[in-house]
Write a protein that binds this ligand. Structure first.
Ligand SMILES: Nc1nc2c(c(=O)[nH]1)N[C@H]1C(S)=C(S)[C@@H](COP(=O)(O)O)O[C@H]1N2
Ligand SMILES: [Mo]
Length: 210
């Protein structure tokens, strides 16, 4: 993992952007629909679907924020072509969730679920990357409501829509299924370095039939 760098003076590694992306000053807010209101008593983070033990696993907000805290420095690449370099995400690694609530051996994909039914699907390997993080913080500060408080997913090697804000849980899947944007014209995998923006670019094997 690289040295933390401030957003004002990104290190050379952060100046290398995926094709077609441009640098963004500041941190815009991008999402579909309203910003949900956080209700601490009702909030829980659920792991369900094909778990190894067949049970659901749940953490309330207090329990979730007590899980091991790690930092990941990563750029945010929005498919609408702006990139925000050098964000310092803090939170719970996806790997930690996989260890605490393991998937069954048949699991190939993960659906990440957020408030209002927003979702995004990931290959298990993308989810299990050691840089995939359920962020509660950015730049040492708690996330703001607009940016996903209390928890958002960050998958550094994929476009930012693959990281839902206001995450409420994950579903382990034994076959792939499209999430919200993946059903609406965006690429099932979403690798910015390969410019996988739209579903019409998909090749056989990239995703389920539309
Ligand atoms: N729940 C939810 N999460 C979401 C989205 C959304 O519409 N709903 N949009 C995604 C997209 S397209 C981007 S670019 C990033 C933007 O994050 P930001 O608003 O913190 O910059 O959030 C992602 N997460
Ligand atoms: Mo985006």
């Amino acid at each position: 993992m690289g040295q933390p760098e401030s957003r004002e003076s990104p290190g050379a590694e952060h100046l290398e952007l995926p094709p077609g992306q441009r640098l963004q000053r500041g941190w815009p807010v991008t999402h579909y629909g309203p910003v949900p209101k956080f209700k601490p008593d009702r909030w829980e983070f659920r792991v369900f679907g094909a778990t190894a033990d067949g049970d659901k696993h749940c953490w309330n907000h207090e329990e979730f924020t007590a899980l091991p805290f790690e930092s990941v420095v990563a750029d945010l690449h929005c498919v609408t072509k702006f990139s925000m370099p050098g964000a310092e995400w803090g939170g719970v690694l996806a790997r930690e969730i996989l260890a605490l609530a393991p998937p069954s051996p048949q699991v190939t994909h993960v659906m990440v679920w957020a408030e209002y039914g927003f979702s995004s699907n990931l290959r298990l390997a993308d989810f299990a990357s050691d840089r995939t993080v359920f962020a509660t913080h950015e730049g040492g500060e708690l996330l703001t409501a607009e940016h996903g408080f209390p928890v958002r997913l960050v998958v550094p090697h994929l476009y930012a829509w693959k990281g839902p804000k206001w995450v409420r849980g994950i579903e382990y899947m034994t076959a792939d299924r499209r999430g919200f944007w993946e059903e609406r014209g965006y690429h099932n995998i979403g690798d910015p370095w390969r410019e996988q923006r739209y579903s019409y670019q998909e090749e056989p094997g990239d995703g389920p039939e539309l």
